[in-house]
Design a binder for this molecule. Sequence first.
Ligand SMILES: [Zn+2]
Length: 414
Amino acid sequence: MIIGLDDTDSKESMCTTYLAAVLIEKLKEYGRINDYPLLIRLNPNIIYKTRGNAALAISLEPRRNKDIEAIKELVIETVRKMAVFSSENTNPGVVFIEDSSEKMKAELAEFSMRAVRDVLEIQEAVEILRRHNISHKGFKNGRGLIGALAASGFALCGLPDFTYELIAYREKERWGTLRDINEESVYAADAATRPDTWDTVDYENKRVVFAPHSPDPILFGIRGNSENAVRRAFSMIKSEPVEMYVVYKTNQNTDLHLIPAKINEVLDNRSYILKGKVKSAPKIIVGGHVIFELKDNSAVIECAAFEPTKGFRRIIRELRPQDDVTVFGSVKDKTLNIEKININDLNIHELRNPICCGKRMKSAGKGQGYRCEKCGSVKKEQALEILERKISQGFYEVPPCARRHLSKPLIRYQ
Ligand SMILES: [Zn+2]
C-alpha cells in the first residue's frame, strides 16, 4: 500500500519529513518498505504553504492483509499526536492507496504534475479520492489531502526525474538550540563527493547551506544523485549526535515545476521557461534588486534577480537590449523571479557616431549627419561598432544559498 502525508508542520516547528521518519520506524513492524520514501516538493508559489511545501509518500508491503486497518490507525494516530494543529495554516492530510486501476493511475499522474506546477483546490483532490474510493483522512480544512494525494500519485506512477536527499534529524532535547556541526568536515565531505552531491556549501558566499536555522528537528540534508553519494558525504560529517536519518527519493533539483511557455500565457504563482529578447536595460531598484523587461512575439514581462541572489545580480546587470536569453523561474505579482538564465546570444553591435581625426564626430543637427570638429568633414550615418561585453554566452544560476528546492542546479547538467 502507498501512504501519502502532507501539511503536518508549521512555520515555527515540526517538519513533515520528521513525522514520516518516525512513522517509517513504526511501520517496519508491519512489513517491508519498498523503494525509498518519496519527498515531493509541490508548487513553491502556493500561498498557504507552511515552509518548504513538502509532501511524503511511503510504499509499504504489509506482511499480513489483516493488519491494514491497524496500519491506517497507526498513521492517523501518529499525525494526530505529532502534527502542529495549533497553527492556522497546518491542515494535515493522509491518503492510503491499496489498489489501482489504469484509469486511476492516469488521473493521478496528471493530478500529481499539476500539484507541482499549478494551483489546485482541495475539492479536486476530494473528488478523485471519492471517485476511486481511496481511503483518506483530512484534518481541519483538509488542504493537506492535495499534497498527500500528489505524493502518492508519484509513488504509484513514478517520477520523470529524481534525486536523493539524506536528511539527518536532531535529538529532541536539542530542538531549538544552535546546531553543532563541524564546518571543516562539511567542506571536506563536499569536496570529496562533488559533483555527485551539491548545495552542501556555498563557496562564493562562504557559507554552509545544508543545515536550516529554524527550530525544527532537521540537523541537515545532503542532496545528491545517488544513495551512495549522499551516504558517503554523510559518513564524513562530524556533528552533534544524529537521532536518526532517512534517504529520500525526491523531485528536488529537477525543474519539474517549470512550464515552457510564451509570455502571454504566463499566470501568477506558476513557474516557467521563457525565451525572448531583453527589451530594456536592467535597472537596480531599492533593496538592490535588478530588474529588466523580456519580450517575445506575444508580450513583455518583468524579470528580477532579487537581492538574496547575491553575485548572480552582477550577470543580470550586464544584459543589454536585444540580448537573446532563456529565463527559468517563478512568477509572482507579474514578475519572474530568475532561478537560472541561459544567454543564447549577446547583442554585440552598437551604433555610434563615426570617428575622425582620432575623435568621435559630433551631431551636426537633426538629419544633418555628423561633423568632425577638427577637419570639418561630414558623414551621414552612424557607424555599427562591435562592443566588448563583460559576460559571455551560456548558463548562469543563482548561488546555492538562494536556490529553491525544485530548481535544477547546473552541476546536474554535466
Ligand atoms: Zn576629421
